[in-house]
Design a binder for this molecule. Structure first.
Ligand code: GLC
Length: 567
């Protein structure tokens, strides 16, 4: 049995084209670099800024528009740099401020924009403000920069609320006062080494405006904002007796997520960014917020430019939910005039080449260990390639996580002894955590640490399977995942897909996705994704531009996606 695509194509409009001269960020493809794992010039096993600068031409050749760098600021690295102790300095593990300047300058020479991470919900406990807070009296201005409270119970021995940390355990830690007595508690929605800031305090707000300016003045093009939905806590800090699991079930009913007060902060930041003129400086919210219309509030015209579309990332490899999330994402963003964003992997989730090799529809595990059920690597990669082919055809902006262009799987057999994610420790090993998606990049098969550096040191060991996926093995090889990404990115640009209008093709059957993208200049591209178990025959007037895997003549096999011209 073969499914035939009807002609003429019955379509339903989902989204209008954007202006041909719309600003750069509306359709940008942004490549996430996880600095400790991309390229290590110093050879100490931790990637660094000089390493990144030396390899930026790879990204120009890949065809992305911008890079987003996860934090490289001064930090004791308790949460891989998301625990910042000085926002205006580079951690010695990653280099110096001069290295950051050199990176930005080189990226701009290559026509790549640079987005840096901003972590405003918390600082490191080694931040000078937190040290001052610990040394000061309760109730004073130093403590007021953070969320200190007296405990409950007769002697304050119980935490002020029942809130839980995202990394496991309680969200409050009790301190010892300078005089040695058991003292107040401070809030940390994440690790105890990441105390939450008090965003009701004007000093905190002014401080972060200074940080934004510091990096804008150094030439960055924007910010990815960490935990953008967490800054403001509900008045009075009420208990929350329902405990959703982790970052995902985030509704504003939780007294610490998605509170209305966050928006005023972002309006201020938007004004600040806009004052830098063109090209526009942007901000993208990491906001794990549900439902979708609550997320859309972050990208109203005077707030964020973009917000990560985690609903898309969380969607299983099943046609109906994919169809629904694509339509809904476009509708919610169009309602506020924002571009949709698309993302399949990042440094916090299982790599999509592994995720799609697990049974679909079940909850995504937070990491996989040697003793856990293992993904089907071949199936996962096949689906991942098809998913990316779908993603890069969709209008809006897309995020690519380092190594996905090589088809890297999650490292699913890391020895527990080398795990560093605080989740692993704080859940007592219940959750393996995120280390498996953070393993250093393979550049050169046969080289030490697969070319990550020249010494062979690596902060996490690479799995054996990475050797055959190294950049040098795939470069110039027809059909490799790297060449697939290059083709997709080049065609996306050439055919104006990111700025196109999108219509859904109807009557293809439940398990086949079809879209027609019409570029601002009128050029049409057909996108077909076959999630059914029978082949789909391309319409006669279609000429294939790129396919995620081999076609069988004019037939698109299961778990394969195609772009084609029409007519
Ligand atoms: C965000 C980051 C994650 C980090 C957490 C705390 O979710 O992406 O890596 O652990 O915030 O800063």
């Amino acid at each position: 049995m073969t499914t035939r695509v009807p002609t003429p194509l019955p379509t339903r409009d989902l989204h209008p084209a954007s202006e041909a001269d719309a600003p750069w960020w509306r359709d940008a493809v942004i490549y996430q670099i996880y600095p400790r794992s991309w390229a290590d010039a110093a050879g100490d096993g931790v990637g660094d800024l000089a390493g990144i600068t030396s390899r930026l031409t790879y990204l120009r050749d890949l065809g992305v528009d911008a890079v987003w760098l996860s934090p490289f600021y001064r930090s004791p690295q308790n949460d891989a740099g998301y625990d910042v102790s000085d926002h205006r300095d580079v951690d010695p593990a990653f280099g110096t401020l001069a290295d950051a300047d050199a990176l930005i300058a080189r990226a701009h020479e290559l026509d790549l924009r640079v987005i840096v991470d901003l972590v405003p919900n918390h600082t490191s406990w080694e931040h000078e403000w937190f040290r001052e807070a610990l040394a000061a009296e309760p109730g004073g201005p130093e403590r007021d920069r953070y969320m200190f409270r007296d405990g409950r119970g007769e002697d304050g021995e119980l935490p002020p609320t029942d809130w839980l940390s995202n990394f496991g355990g309680g969200a409050w830690t009790r301190i010892t006062e300078p005089d040695g007595s058991p003292g107040q508690w401070y809030l940390h929605l994440f690790d105890p080494s990441q105390p939450d800031l008090n965003w009701q305090n004007p000093e905190v707000r002014a401080h972060f405006e200074g940080i934004l300016r510091f990096w804008l003045d150094r030439g960055v093009d924007g910010f990815r904002v960490d935990v953008a939905h967490g800054l403001v806590k509900k008045e009075g800090l009420p208990d929350y007796d329902r405990h959703p699991g982790g970052l995902l079930e985030v509704t504003h009913e939780a007294p610490y997520w998605d509170q209305d007060g966050v928006h005023e902060i972002y309006r201020g930041w938007r004004e600040l960014l806009d004052s830098y003129g063109t090209p526009e400086r942007i901000m993208c919210a990491e906001a794990w917020v549900a439902p979708a219309d609550r997320l859309a509030r972050y990208v109203r015209p005077d707030e964020y430019h973009q917000a990560f579309n985690f609903d898309f990332l969380e969607t299983p490899w099943l046609a109906e939910p994919l169809r629904a999330v694509i339509a809904q994402s476009l509708a919610e963003n169009d309602a506020v005039g924002a571009p949709a964003t698309w993302v399949l992997s990042n440094h916090d989730v299982l790599r999509h080449a592994s995720r799609f090799g697990l049974p679909q529809g079940a909850a995504r595990p937070n990491g996989i260990g040697a003793g856990d059920p293992q993904p089907d690597a071949e199936l996962g990669l096949r689906r991942a390639r098809a998913a990316t082919t779908l993603m890069l055809a969709l209008p809006g902006s897309a995020y690519v996580y380092q190594g996905e262009e090589l088809g890297l799987p999650e490292h699913t057999s890391l020895p527990d002894a080398v795990r560093q994610d605080p989740t692993w420790l704080r859940t007592g090993g219940l959750e393996r955590g995120r280390d498996g998606c953070r393993v250093p990049m393979p550049w050169t098969k046969g080289a030490r640490a697969l070319g990550f550096n020249t010494t062979g040191a690596a902060w996490l060991p690479q799995p054996q399977s990475y050797a055959d996926l190294a950049v040098d093995v795939q470069t110039g090889v027809e059909g490799s995942t790297l060449e697939l990404y290059r083709s997709l990115l080049a065609l996306r640009r050439l055919r104006g897909l990111g700025r196109g209008a999108l219509a859904e093709v109807e009557s293809l059957g439940e398990d086949v996705l079809g879209y027609v993208v019409t570029a601002p200049d009128g050029e049409r591209t057909l996108v077909l994704v076959n999630l059914s178990d029978t082949p789909v025959e391309l319409p006669e007037d279609a000429t294939v531009l790129v396919a995620s895997d081999d076609l069988d003549g004019r037939k698109v096999p299961t778990d394969t996606a195609v772009w084609a011209t029409l007519g």
